[in-house]
Write a protein that binds this ligand. Structure first.
Ligand code: MLT
Length: 409
């Protein structure tokens, strides 16, 4: 008899963004003339930069010619991209990361979801609340939680991010082994200073824990004093894995390219308490289960770091950040309290009502889609997240509609 992994049965309904997409599709079907504006899922709307497109095209031409054709590539990514990433994203900021510590992949969602496979089922997970649902759901699937009671999985240590702590969770009081951090934060848009991040690195070193640091939104940091990488903090290389993505910084959500940094000295422990290097384990996992990102996509990603690519990506990011300013300005005018939007494309708004109710009100009365905060965890209830990923025209129209419907306070 084939039996299922019953941990899947503990999962709540469907994945957050699939659930929202279904609700929006149902609303559109019964209101076909309503023009919906999506500020829900953080999906980019602007085309790839000319630099990436040029590199993409010429790599496709190479694939059409037997003399330059490439078959299977290295599972870890081509050397040309790994070198470029290490030099530009880390060494240039004083973080000593080398090319062979970079693992190119097809997405930070997949990598943050897959990395937990390296650890035993009894690993205690420390997760912010609210949180990007992938971190939680993948650990539930792996059997690291008990049942769902009163909005939370038992067995998971929730690290609350609330207005009281500026949406930066405090260090855990209970023992945790694997800690997920994301800054600039999804969903709240909050940021962490280098000294605050150092307290987490020190904690991990002292407690033999590991940090999975999701830096998918680092390109949106405008405040130069904030760290872009956890490796800017001394001692992080032994206790932290970092995830990055080209999805939001270079418009690759549909093109798919990201990477994970696994420093060679980063360790976890075997059941005898002996140190084991994670670099070799992740390499083994990736070579077995992953066949690499396509050659043209890696060339398009490499072009992000060319002189023209850097200028063009900055224009993309600036345009989304201008949208974020428009959203923040509207919330200021309406008297709604929020965080984010300054070093992040997400604005986390205190909706002053149940967040799914707010989602319904916005959709039905204005045709604007947001993400209900409760979908990111219990502490998200009462909040909604607006994403700046859309055209200026659509964001401006959405804010006009909100201004007409939401009462100022
Ligand atoms: C989000 O809206 O939180 C993200 O777009 C989801 C993702 O990157 O998978």
């Amino acid at each position: 008899m084939i039996t299922i992994n019953e941990h899947y049965l503990k999962l709540q309904a469907s994945y957050l963004f699939s659930d929202i997409a279904k609700r929006v599709a149902a609303f559109q079907e019964s209101n076909p003339s309503k023009e919906i504006i999506k500020l829900g899922i953080g999906d980019v709307t602007k085309g790839l930069t000319p630099a990436s497109i040029k590199a993409f095209h010429s790599a496709i031409d190479e694939m059409a010619d037997d003399a330059t054709f490439r078959g299977y590539g290295p599972e870890q990514g081509y050397e040309f991209l790994r070198q470029t990433i290490a030099g530009n994203d880390f060494q240039s900021r004083g973080a000593d990361i080398s090319a062979d510590e970079i693992f190119v992949s097809d997405g930070a969602k997949c990598d943050t979801g897959n990395f937990q496979e390296l650890f035993t089922q009894t690993t205690i997970i420390g997760l912010p609340d609210p949180v990007y649902p992938v971190y939680l759901d993948t650990n539930v699937m792996a059997g690291r939680s008990e049942s769902f009671v009163d909005g939370r999985y038992q067995g998971i240590v929730y690290l609350e991010a609330t207005k009281e702590n500026g949406f930066v969770p405090s260090l855990p009081q209970e023992k945790v082994d694997l800690i997920y951090l994301c800054f600039p934060n999804n969903p709240t848009g909050s940021t962490i200073s280098k000294s605050e991040l150092k307290t987490w690195v020190d904690y991990a070193r002292e407690h033999k824990a590991l940090i999975l640091f999701d830096a998918a939104y680092e390109a949106f940091i405008t405040d130069d004093s904030l760290p872009k990488s956890i490796y800017e903090v001394e001692g992080a290389k032994e206790v932290a894995i970092e995830f990055r993505s080209f999805s939001k910084s270079a418009g690759f959500t549909g093109t798919r390219c990201a990477y994970t940094v696994v420093p060679k000295e980063c360790t976890a422990y075997d059941s005898h308490g002996n140190k084991q290097l994670l670099h070799g384990l992740w390499n083994r996992r990736q070579s077995t289960k992953f066949n690499g990102v396509s050659y043209p996509v890696q060339r398009a990603a490499e072009a992000v770091y060319s002189q023209a690519g850097k200028v063009q990506c900055k224009e993309l990011i600036d345009s989304y950040m201008n949208n974020a300013r428009v959203i923040c300005q509207t919330m200021d005018n309406l008297g709604y309290k929020y965080v984010g939007g300054k070093n992040s494309p997400y604005i986390w708004i205190d909706g002053r009502m149940d967040s799914w109710q707010f989602f319904d009100v916005l959709l039905k009365e204005t045709g604007v889609v947001c993400t209900p905060g409760a979908g990111f965890g219990k502490c998200g209830n009462g909040y909604i997240r607006l994403s700046a990923f859309n055209s200026l025209e659509n964001v401006t129209e959405a804010m006009t509609r909100l201004t007409g419907k939401l009462s100022p306070s």
